[in-house]
Design a protein around this ligand. Structure first.
Ligand SMILES: O=C(O)COP(=O)(O)O
Ligand SMILES: [Mg+2]
Length: 218
């Protein structure tokens, strides 16, 4: 028996921080605010665009009143959606790992906090969209990860059988626990704490190891 493997996107399949940072810098410049560093932006990723923008505003000294926040989110998305895959790269071994999982009979899906529109554009740019039997974005439901609803929604659209969620962050670990799904932590993404302090059933640093992890669930 196989089943379904659902992936997080940012920091898991793709290293998207450079394009998120570029959009953030354009947004801050538009509002006359000073830049932040790439490392700061990277540390702000994981809870979706509205939270990323609030963290960028705070780090740059922009007062976070609701109207300004809404304007900054709109600006950020305009810049990001205009160039979502310029400097973004797939992590090494992702395509080969997805090939092997599909060949072994697993159905693949995606559950990200990134907005659905930008998510589809990026997946298409890397030729991954057609591989995903379901794509759940950060604005697909009212709830975002770490609420379990988006992950449950993804698995509901996928075949019964073994279930594995693959992600890079504390948010993903919490989501998997809340949804009661086994979690494989990719150690090379945007986590903020040591990998061994983040709850997980499986840990990997190289995508070549993922098909073997999935095989242990069968
Ligand atoms: O948009 C974000 O902040 C994070 O997105 P992710 O859920 O794909 O890591
Ligand atoms: Mg992530």
């Amino acid at each position: 028996m196989t089943g379904a493997v659902v992936f997080d996107l940012d920091g898991t399949l793709i290293d998207s921080a450079p394009d998120l940072h570029a959009a953030g810098l354009r947004m801050l410049a538009e509002f006359g605010a000073p830049p932040v560093t790439a490392a700061q932006t990277r540390s702000f990723i994981g809870n979706g665009v509205p939270v990323l923008v609030a963290r960028l505003m705070a780090a740059s000294g922009l007062p976070d009143d609701p109207h300004r926040h809404a304007d900054c989110v709109a600006s950020f998305l305009r810049h990001y959606e205009a160039a979502p895959a310029e400097q973004t790269t797939l992590y090494p071994g992702v395509v080969a790992a997805l090939d092997r999982l599909e060949a072994a009979g697993w159905t693949l899906g995606l559950c990200t906090n990134k907005p659905y529109g930008a998510t589809r554009t990026i997946l298409a740019a890397f030729d991954l969209l057609k591989r995903m039997a379901v794509v759940v974005g950060g604005d697909t439901l009212p709830e975002k990860k770490p609420d379990p609803a988006p992950l449950r929604h993804a698995f509901l659209a996928l075949p019964d059988g073994a279930r594995l969620f693959v992600g890079d962050s504390e948010v993903d670990a919490q989501t998997a626990q809340a949804a009661g799904v086994r979690f494989a932590l990719f150690s090379e993404g945007y986590r903020k704490s040591p990998a061994d302090s983040i709850p997980h059933e499986h840990l990997f640093a190289d995508f070549a190891d993922l098909p073997g992890i999935a095989a242990t669930l069968e």
